[in-house]
Design a protein around this ligand. Structure first.
Ligand SMILES: Cc1ncc(C[n+]2csc(CCOP(=O)(O)OP(=O)(O)O)c2C)c(N)n1
Ligand SMILES: [Mg+2]
Length: 693
């Protein structure tokens, strides 16, 4: 077929458009000399059918709240998405999340695939490229996110729709591959989606029986269709990825299925049309090579020398398809919403606030107060109270736990909070089951759909969800990850449950704010920082055991937390011999140690340091006020791995921490064994003073 032909039949233009997606992917990967051309080549028709005929998406406004979400969970096929964003002319967005009128991806951007500072990074990245709904690449994460997005659609519909006003009904489509199917998070997410009967969720599985190392059956032989049927999914197959009629029928079948999620298994050949590398492991992990590129183009009826060719009629084809259809859908919605805003102004402004991550005016009304109390309460308990107060003022603060809500106190208990379950989607308590990883991925999806979402689990089980936390940080989205049982002080459950290295691990992560408040009043301040946060995810790290509520008429006010670290109690006259730095439950040990030191004539300062990251963001002047460079005798006290504390105690300081795993025993015995006592702190303080002289 000559690509310059002026009058093309419908079938011809389809083929031409599909082959344009393919050749753009081939050329970009070849030029970058890096990337995966095979999956985009095979999936081009699958994407074409979806985008042109089904996806309710207006390229003019990639922020339209009721747009269908498209996720490329097999993120290595990123060129497929970039080609689609370019060919459908998706518009860019500015940091305020408004369309700029510029294009999200231009042909020039495609020519800079995988280059420094380009808008076409190796794997799709939210925040870098408009139209990319979530960052994918680590296999399984995208389909995990898709479940959160589908939950968000159901929740938004249940909360905001009114008779005659179906403001929310978007669907979520996720492309995925063998890798996504093999990863555990994918199974967790599928199980949860089946349980919740998320009928608005459609996964399109590129069933090509091949992975990077070779044929999938070297390592993957289960019956995926049966597995998903057992999860409660609707499963359908498309025998040939090039069969547009069959693809259309499969998407139709999804839309008709009202009671469960749908898996479309598409049988494809990786590197479709690549005569030599087809079905070999070379076809996708690397560029085709110049000679092969020519052969493939010949197979597609393409000029063999042309590079980045977009034949006449192709851009128009996409404008005629998704452009027109999507534009009309959004227009209709905008009109409907205008009428809705007249009839339900409060609900409309709620949506407006959500979309811009603004808080309602009274968001911090009725926060509890915590009077001084020597016995005190666990920070998980104070946090549960604060969360329940905030959630009553912020209707879209929603979340749940990985089967530990009664332990981690994340349950919303007020009237009307309700449970989110199949068929009753207005509930605000989500039940993720014992699926930490899917919970993390779902919280990312919920947050990307503008809900203020939190998760809850024991701190040590952060290991089971860390890949999703990492992507929240990379995406710079304000997820709230709540962790309780934060140290050896959880006691008898023993070292399997006692976190040691979690704090160090999470503190090393860019963008993530790790907060470990010392008492109930620091908990309030932590939540204030969290609620005002637009960008960064937070790990809120809380105790199981009681901690005293400090008397803030004697100690500094807890609002110092917002600066990451603050002087909680200074030595009389302000010229300390030694600085004691503590976090969380260990701060009260420092308080006891200070009294003992004072009785021995040693002047000490206590610094409470709930958040390293916030402290690092302060001015040098403030940092020097809190930790004066001249005072070299310093002791850090934290019941966790010591890694990193050198930064604050220096070479002459002492670090009281965990240098081994914990043990199963009552907390008081563990504290003694591992040296978390006022006496040990006093001893360390004296040593630090001696060393610093
Ligand atoms: C968690 C994770 N592990 C490993 C990889 C590296 N990786 C990228 S593509 C790929 C093969 C995936 O096979 P499949 O999903 O079948 O995709 P196809 O090669 O068929 O396009 C692997 C292992 C990854 N991206 N993420
Ligand atoms: Mg595969």
């Amino acid at each position: 077929m000559a690509v310059s032909e002026q009058t093309l039949t419908g079938k011809q233009i389809e083929t031409l458009s599909i082959n344009t997606i393919r050749t753009l992917a081939i050329d970009a990967v070849q030029q970058a000399n890096s990337g995966h051309p095979g999956a985009p080549m095979a999936l081009a028709p699958v994407a074409y059918s979806l985008w042109q005929r089904f996806l309710r998406y207006d390229p003019q406004d990639p922020t339209w709240p009721n747009r269908d979400r498209f996720i490329l969970s097999n993120g290595h096929a990123s060129m497929l998405l970039y080609a689609l964003l370019y060919l459908t002319k998706v518009r860019g967005i500015n940091p305020d999340y408004e369309p700029t009128g510029e294009y999200a991806v231009t042909l020039d951007d495609i020519k800079k695939f995988r280059q420094l500072d380009s808008r076409t990074p190796g794997h799709p990245e939210y925040r870098i490229t408009a139209g990319v709904e979530t960052t994918t690449g680590p296999l399984g994460q995208g389909i995990g996110n898709s479940v959160g997005m589908a939950m968000a659609s159901k929740w938004l519909a249940a909360r905001l729709n009114r008779p005659g006003f179906e403001i929310f009904n978007y669907n979520v489509y996720a492309f995925c591959g063998d890798g996504d199917m093999m990863e555990g998070v994918g199974s967790e997410a599928a199980s949860l989606a089946g349980h919740l009967k998320l009928s608005n969720l459609c996964w399109i599985y590129d069933d090509n029986r091949i992975t990077l190392d070779g044929p999938a059956d070297w390592s993957f032989s289960e019956d995926v269709a049966k597995r998903f049927a057992a999860y409660g999914w609707n499963v359908t197959e498309v025998a040939d990825a090039n069969d547009l009629h069959a693809l259309d029928a499969a998407y139709d079948y999804f839309l008709k299925t009202q009671d469960r999620p749908t898996l479309i298994m598409v049988h494809s050949h990786i590197g479709y049309g690549s005569p030599h590398k087809q079905d070999t492991n070379e076809a996708h992990g690397e560029p085709l090579g110049e000679a092969e590129v020519r052969l493939v183009k010949k197979f597609y009826g393409w000029p063999e020398d042309a590079k980045f060719l977009v034949p006449d009629g192709v851009l128009e084809d996409f404008q005629e398809g998704i452009g027109k259809r999507g534009g009309k859908l959004r227009d209709d919605w905008t009109k409907l919403f205008a009428e809705y805003a007249k009839q339900f102004p409060d609900l409309a402004s709620e949506l407006e606030s959500m979309q811009h991550r603004k808080l309602p005016k009274n968001w911090d009304a009725n926060l509890p107060t915590f009077p001084p109390d020597a016995k005190g309460l666990a920070t998980r308990d104070s946090s549960g109270k604060v969360l329940n107060a905030l959630a009553q003022n912020v209707p879209w603060l929603v979340g749940g736990s990985a089967d530990l809500a009664t332990s981690d106190r994340t349950r919303l208990k007020f009237d009307g909070a309700g449970d989110f379950q199949a068929g009753s989607y207005a509930g605000r308590n989500f039940h993720f089951g014992v699926r930490e990883h899917a919970m993390g991925a779902a919280v990312n999806g919920l947050t990307l759909c503008k809900l203020r979402a939190y998760s809850g689990t024991f701190f040590n089980f952060n290991d089971y969800m860390k890949p999703s936390v990492r992507l929240a940080a990379l995406m710079e989205i304000p997820c709230i990850f709540i962790y309780t049982h934060d140290s050896i002080q959880l006691g008898e459950d023993g070292p399997t449950h006692q976190p040691i290295e979690q704090l160090a691990q999470l503190r090393a992560m860019p963008e993530l704010m790790v907060m470990r408040p010392a008492d109930a009043n620091e908990v309030i301040e932590a939540w204030k920082v969290i609620m005002l946060e637009h960008r960064n995810p937070v790990a809120l790290v809380l105790t199981r055991q009681v901690v005293p509520t400090l008397d803030r008429s004697k100690f500094s006010v807890a609002s110092g937390l917002a600066k990451g670290a603050y002087v909680l109690a200074d030595a009389p006259g302000g010229k300390p011999d030694v600085i004691l730095i503590g976090t969380g439950s260990e701060v009260s040990f420092c308080v006891a140690a200070q009294e003992q030191l004072q009785s021995q004539g040693i002047k000490s300062r206590i610094v409470s340091m709930p958040c390293w990251k916030l402290f690092e963001q302060q001015s040098q002047e403030y940092k020097d006020q809190v930790l004066p460079p001249g005072i070299k005798a310093r002791v850090s006290v934290e019941a966790a791995a010591t890694l990193g504390w050198e930064r604050y105690v220096g070479t002459t300081g002492k670090i009281i921490g965990m240098r081994r795993f914990g043990a199963s025993a009552p907390a008081k015995d563990l504290l003694k064994k591992f040296g978390f006592t006022p006496e040990k702190i006093v001893e360390a303080a004296k040593e630090a003073i001696a060393q610093s002289r």
